[in-house]
Design a protein around this ligand. Structure first.
Ligand SMILES: Nc1ncnc2c1ncn2[C@@H]1O[C@H](COP(=O)(O)OP(=O)(O)OP(=O)(O)O)[C@@H](O)[C@H]1O
Length: 270
């Protein structure tokens, strides 16, 4: 499986958000989309999920325009987990994850569906929550259940919008290890939106850095996460070092701002 995005421009009503985006994503690769708030990351992911139609350009999966794929077929190819999802009515964890099997279920739940769901619950250490209702879970537990539901679709392509935002550090690593393991073992194409750039560096093969609805830089984490790129895109001076398990990024600027304020306050007091 491969995904090509060619000259994609789109927005909301007459307000164009993404401008002439080109991307190519390969099987078994983990790609992170990063960039400041409002850069257009979610809009881009929604367009890959065929939720938002392009105004120009095209998103192609294996050479086929995603807009021409029927939604039931698309659900077997790709799973999308939005930033916030609510079911609208009360479901247990088991029922929620079972919803991921919906594209495959014709007349009723089969033993194989139950096996897939139970295996995922165990893998994500959610088995003890199976009978709990979704509104009885913490934000982080709910986020893991939604990831389990996406994985139950057994997609070739997984689109996750800030999948670790509600998770503590141990669960962040756990989820990203599972997702990366799936990419490497099963050849799933994974696209993540991440705000934590150290996690993006650690778990991604490829990074696309967006600025104002355009691709400012793309390549390996080492190529993209450079001090000049960070300053140009985030407006923050950073020190970036290679560390044993990825990259270490330290913001330099906030410290200076603080020192300037302190200086200003002490001068006023005098
Ligand atoms: N439904 C909508 N209607 C109109 N404008 C929208 C809508 N959704 C998003 N936008 C605007 O599109 C721009 C890009 O939003 P988007 O959610 O794609 O950014 P993002 O990079 O994912 O941001 P964040 O990091 O804050 O989640 C923003 O200026 C936002 O206000």
């Amino acid at each position: 499986m491969f995904v090509n995005i060619e000259g994609l421009s789109l927005g909301y009503r007459s307000n164009i958000i993404l401008h002439n985006i080109h991307m190519s994503l390969g099987k078994g690769e983990v790609t992170s989309i990063v960039g400041p708030n409002g850069a257009g990351k979610t809009t881009l992911l929604k367009s890959m999920a065929s939720i938002l139609p392009p105004q120009k350009g095209v998103v192609k999966i294996d050479g086929v325009d995603v807009r021409s794929i029927r939604s039931t077929d698309l659900a077997k190819i790709q799973a999308y987990v939005p930033q916030q999802a609510s079911s609208g009515f009360p479901l247990t964890v088991l029922e929620t994850v079972m919803l991921g099997r919906k594209p495959y279920i014709r007349w009723g739940v089969k033993r194989q569906d139950l096996h897939i769901v139970e295996t995922l619950l165990a893998e994500l250490r959610l088995e003890h929550y199976a009978e709990r209702y979704m509104d009885e879970l913490s934000g982080g537990e709910r986020q893991k259940v939604l990831i389990a539901r996406a994985l139950a679709q057994q997609p070739n392509m997984l689109l996750l919008d800030e999948p670790t935002s509600a998770l503590d550090i141990r669960h962040q690593l756990e989820v990203l290890e599972i997702v990366r393991g799936l990419a490497k073992r099963s050849g799933i194409l994974v696209v993540l939106i991440l705000h934590d750039l150290e996690l993006a560096a650690r778990y991604s093969d490829v990074v696309y850095m967006l600025k104002d609805g355009t691709v400012f830089a793309n390549g390996t984490p080492e190529e993209v996460f450079t001090a000049p790129n960070m300053e140009a895109v985030y407006g923050v001076r950073m020190e970036i070092e290679q560390a044993a398990h990825g990259m270490k990024m330290t913001a330099v600027e906030p410290l200076q701002v603080y020192q300037k304020e302190e200086f200003y306050v002490s001068r006023c007091t005098i």
